[in-house]
Write a protein that binds this ligand. Sequence first.
Ligand code: AMP
Length: 352
Amino acid sequence: MIPPGSTIGIIGGGQLGRMLSIAAAQLGYRAHILDPHEHPCAADVAARFTRAAYDDLDALRELARNVDVATYEFENLPVAALDVLGAKLLPSTRSLAIAQDRAREKAFIEGTGARVAPWRTVSSRDEVEAAIAELGLPIVLKTRCYGYDGKGQAWIRGIDEAGAAWAAIGEEPAVAEAGVDFAAEFSVIVARWANGRHAFWDSPQNEHGEGILRRSTVPCSEPVAAQVPEARAATLRIAEALGHVGVLTVEFFASADGPLVNEIAPRVHNSGHWTIEGAVTSQFEQHIRAICDLPPGLTGLTRGGAVMDNLIGADANRWPELVETRGAHVHIYGKGEARPRRKMGHVTRVVR
Ligand code: AMP
């Protein structure tokens, strides 16, 4: 067990690192952020900040010396560099390596017996045409690496759109995925300990716009709830196959054939932000508990449920009205400029 008073390294200083640092501080840990930016928003609430590139081996070795355990808040990180953290890094680089390449991720998920939408890899315009012939239309192209929040994605709805879509994703190695006619989207969020112990939260139903999460609602609707048991079983198989320690999020489509995995995130997730006020133990605190090997906290609802809305870009300018709204828990990430599509904060309303 890593006791309070110890230092937790966090690779990445965005809003997830910020909320992890706050949870760590509550339990008496010191957070040490490593991030290449000048003013990452997590550094404002952390005990220490090292400004360094994610592939700076000297900085990573120095971090390893200064922390008792380390974790990461996003997956677009160089696996070989993070390997210098060795066993101090939880979840391990295995979870990272699988989650950061969509082709490896899908093959891995299928290997655990869970289902994904029909897909194939594409690395040329000809292969895009072949994917259309094989999978039908519509399909979505997603770059294998470095995609997030709908970036690196392009839909093909008519055969004449193939060239434009291939150009739009930068002619990068990609997966072509059949469009899923889903009734809803939801996620399963689990925390897993090294000894295999685990705890789920209620599954949020998630609404996206332009590829970005807009709203998560707990409890989910009845048709989604019917798919949660199968989705939880799939999530647990994935977590076990990864040997994952910490929070793992699996995003699902509720399709007519049951739950299909969209993607996995080896970390705390935007669709779990409601747990800060809506659950007895938040995803952030539970992640700290799992990587420090403290006992699990309870994950039940504090009230009847919760609705979390993201504040994206100019939405954050609504803060004066939101802070006046009774019962609205307003979180502003302190990121500065409210650029379009940038996640600036979120607001959670706990339902009675
Ligand atoms: P992703 O970045 O893969 O999570 O995709 C962002 C969003 O795009 C998803 O949450 C869905 O709303 C939509 N999307 C992605 N892939 C598919 C698909 N195969 N079929 C239908 N919608 C999709």
